[in-house]
Design a binder for this molecule. Sequence first.
Ligand code: SF4
Length: 492
Amino acid sequence: MGDTRSADKPLTDRLLRSWTRCRRRAWLDRHGSNQLRLYTAHRTLQLDDQQRSFVALLARKPGHGLQACAQGEEGVVGLRLRSTTREGLAVEAHPALLQRRAGSSRWGDFVYRPVLARQGRRLTREHRLQLALAGRLLEQLQQAPVRDGLALAGSGRRLERERVPLGGALQRQLDESLTKLAADLKRPTPPALAADRRKCTLCSWRGVCNADAAREGHLSEVSGIGAKRRDMLIEIGIDGLAALADADPERLALQLERFGEQHGAVAAPLVAQARAQRDGCAELLAVPPALPELAEAPGVLLYDIESDPDARDDFLHGFVRLPRGLEGRWDLSRATYHPLLALQEHGEGACWTRLQRMLRQYPDWPVLHYGETESLALRRMAQRQGVGDADLAALRRRLVDVHERLRRHWRLPLNSYGLKTVADWLGFRWGQTGVDGARALLWWRQWRGTGPGGRGHVQALRWIFAYNRDDGLATWAVAAWLLAQDETLGKG
Ligand code: SF4
């Protein structure tokens, strides 16, 4: 994958951003084959957020390039800044936006500062370093100091502005980071996989890295092992899935207790999980039935919510209605899909009324969902809508978390118990390939547009419904597997 000519290429702000997320990612950005990248909607969502924030910040459309700077435009985009570090490394930045401020520069009685739009709840090292690099290069261009940058958040709905000082320790961190980035890029092979593999779900190199992790038997491949546990295991000499599967659970428990008593308790389940994955065998953990609520049920509602987490907006409550057929058989051909779109402008009361109508129409049907999100969201909404304790308790009894039942009753030979991984293992296929929650959110924002008078294309909504319906059907695939196992064990 390496390329000798790449040694001459500049260190860019994009590489620095990748590097602050994961050292390996920067290396792959430079040396990896673009054909192996997988699309992620996350970047498009970020750009969409950024656009909204900039529109909310500026009174008028920003100008473009050097000419706009010379003319003193309030906002400037499209500027490429170049320089070299003290060590002679070429560096380049392409700041998303420059904002005019009072001051004195080569262009007149004003200066510029870099602006970025951040996602997530807090300003991170990644944001600070991006602003610091842009600020340093801008300083040289405008021949005036750049003392701070501006970080925006809130996607323009309730714009938050945070001034970020760019001096002192941050400049030292920037120098150190650029030196380390340059050293990493010179390596003939990529740095190790990220310690915290959760960040991989948003990374376009996840296909390459997941394959490497599986081939190497990386510890992060074992379900239940995050960055912290992995460090502990490596410290006591367990460096991969195979070594963990071979370990003696009691001895491992004693070794892990060194890091705190609570860690000893996870030794046996971790070894068992590693063995299940090594041997490819599912293991029964608790006495069946896993889903007793379904024994006499006349049907089930499969429930899945789609959300915009930054806006705290559960915009779609999707139900697949599955009645029981003749002779008590579950017949998927009779399943129908019922999406309840929850528009914020209609208020929560209207949404709750429609949800109640749906639930009351099928009073004895359990509501199956995967993970605790749906249960928490529905019960919290019910509480906010003034539902009494008895009705809340009844609602709680109706909600059946298939994920929780699966974890309680079975150990699977999988590196994750997420719906996608489990349903895929059972042979379920989503109608639309490569779609995830981020893509659904992007479609939602595209359809939502600027509000009731400016909606996007209705096709975006259809795609979301299809994705949401498939999540409901995938939940049923897992539930049906649990029922089938119960039946087999009951006969045995
Ligand atoms: S998939 Fe994960 S390990 Fe691989 S480059 Fe991306 S963040 Fe790093």
